[in-house]
Design a protein around this ligand. Structure first.
Ligand SMILES: [Zn+2]
Length: 367
């Protein structure tokens, strides 16, 4: 995820009232009906289910969710919105949930907070975008596995173990990973019990392999790319991809520039990543989680401010600019579908990658 300076300051506690920092920069919550939202331009996708398994907001309670129109207008049917990550205090994740649920419930003509997987299809049928939430790191539990069930009731449908850095539950991908802890094992068991998807993105290699041995339900990487195509601490090895597929899970290829291989364009880089995963483990185990942030999504300077303030979460070796590729926007779904067809992919396989694989896993795990 990337952030505006305003979001960064709010998150790391350097600014009490974020809204004051940038007068005029943050339109307040708009009232119910946005005229621009009347219709969705999803014709190029021909009715294909489009599932984006992870957004990259800098989650704050006053985040302007009108930006969700970027996804809706691109024909995206489902989005998992990140509401917390290990960098921020768990209480802010709860405040984010309160604010986002309230905002979404006031706009039922455009959005549907879904509980079951088939609700996603219901939302699509009625021209609305389906939404659930995700947490990036088990610090959101404040050491208490009983919060899993509470978050689930609030609409959180997936959670990863450790965001880049070690926490109480396990190791992060940019840290000395010592594996899944006893607390982490309790949390995974509780997630399997309540039906919350276990996500391995951002988590250290050893911890992910422990998780995939322990979990009794399909496991996902919501937004991670093959390390063989781009050497980056956040990307994942063939071992991890194979282990995920063995659980029946899905690897969500992600669209941020620094995780993408150097190619002629972002859509080509994404097509190469999904093709790589398909060739390794078959067409049933690959999807997309773009990690797109609508605000300043290509603003290198803003991200540098946050990563510079927290080098233990974002080691400069992995995040120092420049990198070759631009971030993907939700418009890439239609471009990617066209490119995969051009490359000779079957209609059925394109549909799996764009959404049906993640739908299958959600059907198997959510309750
Ligand atoms: Zn992330």
């Amino acid at each position: 995820m990337k952030f505006t300076r305003r979001e960064i300051l709010a998150q790391i506690g350097l600014l009490a009232a974020a809204a004051e920092a940038a007068p005029g920069a943050a339109p307040g919550p708009a009232s119910g009906n946005s005229p621009s939202a009347a219709s969705r331009k999803d014709a190029p996708l021909h009715g294909t289910l489009v599932w984006d398994d992870h957004s990259g907001f800098g989650p704050t309670p006053d985040y302007n969710l009108e930006h969700l129109e970027d996804w809706r207008q691109a024909g995206v049917d489902y989005l998992s919105i990140d509401v917390g990550y290990d960098v921020i205090d768990w209480t802010q994740a709860v405040r984010n949930l309160g604010a986002y649920i309230t905002w979404l419930e006031q706009r039922p003509e455009r959005f549907l907070l879904v509980r079951r997987a088939d609700d996603v299809l219901e939302a699509k049928k009625t021209g609305r975008m389906a939404i659930t939430f995700d947490l990036e790191g088990m610090s959101a539990l404040n050491g208490d596995s009983s919060l899993v069930s509470l978050y689930y009731r609030l609409g959180v449908r997936q959670m990863l173990t450790a965001y880049n850095k070690n926490n109480l539950a396990g190791g992060g991908c940019h840290d000395q990973d010592t594996g899944l802890t006893a607390f982490g094992r309790r949390v995974i068991a509780e997630m399997n019990r309540v039906g919350m998807l276990v996500d391995c993105s951002h988590t250290g290699y050893r911890t992910t392999m422990d998780i995939m041995e322990t979990a009794t339900q399909p496991v996902i990487f919501s937004h991670s790319n093959p390390k063989q195509l781009r050497r980056h601490g956040r990307n994942i090895t063939d071992d991890q991809i194979r282990a995920c597929a063995r659980t029946g899970g899905v690897i969500g290829v992600t669209g941020l520039g620094y995780y993408l291989p150097d190619r002629a364009s972002t859509v080509v880089a994404l097509a190469d990543c999904v093709s790589y995963v398909r060739d390794l483990v078959g067409p049933d185990h690959v999807g997309l989680g773009l990690d797109y942030s609508p605000v300043d999504s290509n603003d290198v300077a803003e991200f540098d401010a946050l990563s510079g303030a927290k080098p233990d979460f974002w080691p400069p070796a992995d995040y120092a600019a420049p990198w070759a590729m631009q971030d993907a926007t939700p418009r890439v779904f239609a471009q990617l579908a066209a490119l995969l067809h051009e490359r000779g992919w079957s209609e059925a396989d394109v549909r799996k990658v764009l959404g049906e694989n993640f739908l299958r896993v959600a059907r198997a795990v959510w309750k």
